[in-house]
Ligand binder design. Structure first.
Ligand code: HEM
Length: 482
């Protein structure tokens, strides 16, 4: 872990503040924030404010300090130099805990240190990936695509694809409830439609609770609590059923297709712990983190590629002659133009566009203070440090012509803390390689099949939609030409 410099008190300065007519609660700025959210330009407005008031600036929503930054020195500091002083629990544990329990996504020490080592090695093994399991879902997805050149929005199909693949990997059962009745597995223990409805409802309410913070006890919503209970009870019942299965089958994996044994998070975790609470929270935390972002990234990729036919043509040239059965992790990694294209979309549209940490112990951020933004800043418990990866990825001092989509820039570009779609430091995304495998696989399968990917969306610009992630509000409306 890199060491930070030692600062004296007299070196510190405060960052520029957003102007406000309400010195204590900044209610005018809170109103602006809600308005930009409603108008689908919240992420862009942070970018604009950062250009106007500084890469690091502060404001006081409801009287609590929020430091907004896109300074890589600060990002490095809170993610990797003194990460133990900057947590997530105060913001997420109460809001998210009822739905998914306490785990990686909701908690800090000691829960995080206990949970992370259980999980990370599973993702490392899985990244060499279960190509066959994923290919079943991708093939079904491809079968649903029209080949007569008619218009289709890829977003809902990509969401289903990733939902099925991630649920299968996490729970050992795919939530393919939209499959024709005859094709469904009657032995499944999860009623996936009801589970997803309850989970989606819970997630929507979690967003509200994060915004309300300590005041969320004011939200009276019995449906939230019954949805959380349903999600928890269903997950527990499923884990118990798999435990019984393993017990009766003498520890032999039973989730096999033919002779192939599937890697699933639940079965891997069961080799490490039998604690029902821990297992339930782990599964739900990972599901919460993983079931949306790859579909959002894929939608942005096809959104952009349908507007850049020359890039699509070059991808097709690179993948020419490849067979799906040879698309293993290493093969995908070796496709340089495909990888550069994916990086370029992640640069412009990182699914996690904004990420925050709450200061847990007094600390000194290495820069961002004073009018020129170079002095250190003293921060105190309860201050929020909010990082805009979106703005950071579009800084002209790090990326030439930052607003331009140009995969070729990655031929020579080397980045460290200026490019962080999967965050950095000990809490970086443990599933990064798995997600990149899924994304690369879908892009290559599509490029092998479709000669043209035409934009059919009358709105040419990317319209942002922010729930927990940044996504294309209009999805990716295209026509596919074989
Ligand atoms: C394009 C896809 C993805 C992107 C861009 C992404 C991005 C991220 C980012 C930025 C973080 C750090 C969050 C923070 O600092 O608070 C994170 C954490 C995490 N991600 Fe991902 N992720 C993706 C896919 C996935 C998938 C598919 C899974 C699981 C199947 C997953 C599981 C997790 C978990 C468990 C964490 C919490 C790690 C911790 O706090 O120790 N992610 N992800």
């Amino acid at each position: 872990r890199p060491n930070g410099p030692r600062w004296r008190d007299s070196d510190c300065a405060t960052p520029p503040s957003l102007p406000s007519r309400d010195a204590f609660f900044n209610l005018d700025n809170v109103k602006d924030m809600l308005q930009t959210l409603a108008e689908n330009r919240r992420i862009r407005s942070i970018y604009e404010q950062s250009h106007k008031y500084g890469w690091t600036h502060q404001w006081w929503p409801f009287g609590t300090r929020l430091i907004q930054t896109s300074d890589p020195k600060i990002v490095l500091f809170i993610h990797a130099i003194e990460p133990e002083k900057f947590g997530i629990a105060p913001q997420r544990e109460n809001a998210t805990g009822p739905l998914i329990g306490h785990g990686l996504i909701t908690s800090d020490e000691p829960i995080w240190s206990f949970m992370r080592p259980l999980l990370k090695p599973i993702f490392t093994r899985t990244q060499i990936s279960d190509r066959v399991a994923f290919d079943i879902h991708v093939s079904r997805f491809m079968d649903l695509l029209p080949v007569d050149g008619s218009t289709i929005n890829l977003r809902p199909l990509l969401e289903s694809l990733i939902l099925y693949a991630s649920s299968e990997f996490i729970f050992g059962e795919s939530f393919d409830s939209q499959m024709p009745i005859g094709e469904r597995d009657p032995n499944k223990s999860i009623d996936s439609r009801s589970f997803i409805d309850a989970f989606n409802y819970g997630m929507k309410e979690v967003g509200k609770r994060i915004i309300f913070g300590k005041l969320s006890f004011l939200i009276r919503d019995p449906l939230f609590w019954s949805s959380c209970r349903f999600v928890q009870d269903t997950t527990r019942a499923h884990i118990e059923r798999v435990m019984r299965q393993i017990h009766t089958s003498g520890n032999q994996p039973t989730d096999t297709e033919g002779s192939r044994s599937k890697t699933t998070l639940l079965r891997e975790l069961l080799e490490k712990t039998q604690d029902l609470d821990v297992l339930c929270s782990q599964l739900l935390n990972v599901f919460f983190a993983g079931r949306d972002a790859p579909a959002i990234a894929l939608t942005s990729i096809f959104f952009i590629l349908s507007r850049h036919p020359q890039v699509w043509a070059q991808i097709r040239q690179e993948v020419q002659g490849l067979q799906p059965e040879n698309l293993f992790f290493e093969k995908l990694k070796s496709l340089r133009y495909v990888q550069h294209t994916i990086s370029e979309v992640f640069r412009l549209y990182p699914p996690l566009a904004n990420n925050s940490r709450i200061c847990l112990q007094e600390a000194i951020l290495p820069s961002g203070g004073g009018a020129d933004g170079t002095s250190p800043i003293r921060v105190f418990p309860r201050d929020t440090i909010s990082v805009s990866y979106y703005t950071l990825h579009r800084r002209a001092d790090f990326f030439e012509d930052p607003e331009v989509f140009r995969p070729e820039r990655w031929q020579t570009l080397r980045t460290t803390w200026e490019f962080l779609p999967f965050a950095g430091g000990p809490r970086h995304c443990p599933a990064q390689q798995l997600a990149l495998f899924w994304i690369g696989y879908v892009v290559v399968r599509m490029a092998l099949r479709f000669r043209e990917l035409k934009n059919m969306d009358p709105v040419n610009d990317f319209v942002e939609e922010v729930k927990l992630n940044l996504q294309s509000r209009n999805g990716a409306i295209v026509a596919l030409i074989v």
